[in-house]
Design a protein around this ligand. Sequence first.
Ligand code: SF4
Length: 147
Amino acid sequence: MSTRDWYAEGLRFQCQGSGQCCVSHGEYGFVYVTLQDRRNMARERGMATREFTREFCRKEDGVFRLIDGADQACVFLKDRRCSIYKARPTQCRTWPFWPETMSAKAWKKDVATFCPGVGKGRLWTKAEIDEQVAEQKQWEKALTRGR
Ligand code: SF4
């Protein structure tokens, strides 16, 4: 099996609600949000997008991210649960299937070591995983275009 095919048989992953990925760690520190993410979240909270952005986001280097809550956790993490789960941002929805985590090495080092959902629950097929990665790639493009 080539290194590119390391997840050809799919991967088991099911969120265990640990909240671990909602707390800042190193390069995976912030929750970045596109305009579409902000629109979805604002709608969920019954707010105008502009109002939501002003209250919950900060712009750094031309990109919006959610502000931190207590202890470097996401502002929407309450009692180790996402309080905006239905409308959570794309990067939260596609986790852990990101372009930068989908190498055998990064998966082992950056994902499996701290995410208790890895190896649990349902089996994601390679096609499903690739779909998530593709969505995340599109999202990254939108983010860097300032959308
Ligand atoms: S929006 Fe929800 S899922 Fe995403 S980091 Fe914040 S609490 Fe976690």
